[in-house]
Design a protein around this ligand. Structure first.
Ligand SMILES: Cc1cc2nc3c(=O)[nH]c(=O)nc-3n(C[C@H](O)[C@H](O)[C@H](O)COP(=O)(O)OP(=O)(O)OC[C@H]3O[C@@H](n4cnc5c(N)ncnc54)[C@H](O)[C@@H]3O)c2cc1C
Length: 498
């Protein structure tokens, strides 16, 4: 590889900028030569669109954006980036909530949106091979007539990609019983930072060697780019009962969650919404939720018909003990409407305030009530507005702070409240993220949860995959454990590509 060196200090910033610009033009030209002009965009609008995700992080700067259509083209992009000593950031739909896909260091962006084919469905073995840009819901819709689906169902499933799900180990309402993405991925074809292609995991029940597939799931684009994924398919349940439980206070709802799980039941889903969230959803989609309840639980049980009836009765008995008003969805349309309400909750918030900061911590179920109380206290103290909607069954909290960033000082308050929510969650024995990942948002909180030694070992695992420190640098691992100098990555974030 030929590596040219940037002018040293005495040439000053202007000379360095010019040098980088020339290098950038060469990089774009090499990408075009490698994968074709119609698959590379270097205009300002394309780069701006690829510079952020759905989070509130705004510090990303994309270099050229590549739209490969095959594994070989992904390899070519990675090799050109390496030759120009540029980082590479994989990008799915950009629906991530932690800045994970927001490029640092003016990286080459590899978008998977044109790698969106469902390559093979093996019904007998319940496995599908898909490209990483397949949209989560498209896969389940494709499988509908076969009586199968892909179980992880993030609320963003209408837009998010399987590659993004794998990289973030995404969850969803129905992951309580079925498990998150890692339980549904068998094998992953990956392009490494030097352009080599490897297959992690396999279709055998016990693939040999270390579980590198397991290491890759949840690695947030830092170990390589997934170019094909073998996913496990789940049979659609024979019978489903959906219950809407309304409570006079949040505590009773939270205690019901604990009591249901303690009874030995594992419903397919237990989702909770507080009063403000219910009001926002009702105003938006008219889901039929009770506006007078302080909190509602959406509980779903599924399986064989007889067992489902028994489970639903048991949930109802427990909820009654905590003073709930119980409704059971009368038909598939009512069930669909209730779920539409839950999955539209984030969109509904846009009617209240133009901005929101969606949190994602996990606390032990036994601490739900205590932590929720603390969250309301933090929010009140900062004079902010919070709506709670979350996967209550696994203690995965999603407080949404709704705000208007145009109001002076409010963004600082939102960040401060966010920090305090993380701290109370960790103090209660929780963890930093249930499903959205770490990205940039929680990178600097990692030392609150991991020791220096833990972080060093994570960095060594990363280095085993990405010796060149090319793949999505500056994410997850804080300084000094990151393989890159985070400060200089951020400096390089000035727009060098214009
Ligand atoms: C309204 C809303 C609701 C949401 N609800 C949920 C929810 O219920 N559960 C949940 O888990 N998340 C949820 N999310 C977060 C987000 O949708 C998920 O994290 C999703 O999996 C991201 O997929 P994506 O295709 O948008 O990935 P992106 O945002 O494009 O990327 C996310 C990360 O994956 C990496 N990546 C993408 N593709 C690849 C690839 N092929 N190879 C390697 N790395 C790759 C990126 O570099 C980045 O680090 C929600 C987001 C929104 C906006």
């Amino acid at each position: 590889m030929t590596v040219s060196r940037a002018p040293s200090g005495h040439h000053g910033a202007v000379a360095r900028r010019k040098f980088r610009k020339t290098n950038t033009d060469r990089c774009v030209a090499d990408l075009v030569a490698a994968i074709g002009a119609d698959r590379v965009r270097a205009d300002g609008a394309s780069r701006l669109l690829a510079s952020t995700d759905a989070s509130i992080f705004v510090g990303g700067h994309a270099g050229p954006v590549c739209f490969p259509e095959s594994t070989a083209q992904v390899q070519a992009c990675v090799r050109v980036a390496a030759a120009h000593r540029r980082p590479v950031v994989a990008r799915g739909a950009g629906s991530g909530l932690t800045g994970g896909a927001a490029p640092l260091g003016s990286a080459v962006v590899v978008s998977t949106t044109r790698m969106n084919q469902i390559l093979e469905v093996d019904v007998d073995n319940r496995v599908a091979w898909v490209e990483p840009g397949v949209i989560n819901l498209d896969l389940s819709n494709h499988l509908e007539d076969l009586g199968l689906h892909f179980a992880p169902d993030p609320s963003s499933q209408q837009v998010c990609t399987i590659g993004g799900n794998v990289a973030n180990n995404s969850g969803g309402p129905h992951c309580l019983a079925y498990g998150v993405t890692s339980a549904h991925v068998l094998a992953i074809e990956v392009v490494l930072s030097d352009g080599e292609v490897v297959m992690l995991g396999g279709l055998d029940a016990e693939p040999g060697g270390y579980d590198l597939r397991g290491a890759f799931v949840g690695s947030e684009g830092m170990l390589g780019i997934a170019t094909r994924v073998a996913v496990r398919l789940t049979r659609n349940p024979r019978s489903i009962r959906t219950l809407l439980l309304s409570f006079g206070d949040v505590e009773s709802a939270a205690e019901t969650v604990g009591a249901v799980i303690a009874s030995g039941l594992v419903p397919a889903a237990i989702e909770m919404m507080d009063k403000r969230c219910v009001a926002a959803v009702e105003d938006f989609v008219h889901a039929g939720y009770p506006r007078d309840a302080e909190a509602v639980l959406l509980v779903e049980v599924d399986g064989l018909p007889g067992g489902v009836e028994l489970q639903a009765q048991r949930v109802e008995e427990i909820a009654n003990r905590f003073g709930a008003d119980v409704r059971v969805a009368s038909d598939p349309e009512e069930r669909a409407l209730w779920w539409k309400g839950r999955k539209s909750a984030f969109g509904a918030i846009a009617r209240i305030k133009p901005d929101y900061y969606l949190h994602d911590t996990v606390v032990p179920r036994s601490k739900l009530v205590e932590v929720l109380r603390s969250i309301y206290e933090i929010i009140d103290r900062h004079g902010l507005l919070v709506l709670n909607v979350f996967h209550a069954g696994d203690g995965n909290l999603h407080p949404i702070i709704a705000y208007d960033s145009r109001e002076p000082g409010v963004s600082e308050k939102v960040r401060e409240a966010g920090r305090e929510i993380i701290e109370v969650s960790l103090a209660a024995g929780g963890v930093l993220s249930g499903e959205h990942g770490i990205g940039v948002e929680k990178r600097d909180f990692m030392p609150l949860m991991f020791s220096d030694s833990d972080l060093d070992h994570q960095a060594r695992l990363r280095a085993a995959f990405d010796e060149l420190c090319v793949m999505n640098p500056g994410k997850v691992l804080p300084s000094p454990h990151s393989c890159s100098d985070i400060a200089s990555l951020n400096d390089a974030g000035e727009d060098l590509w214009g």
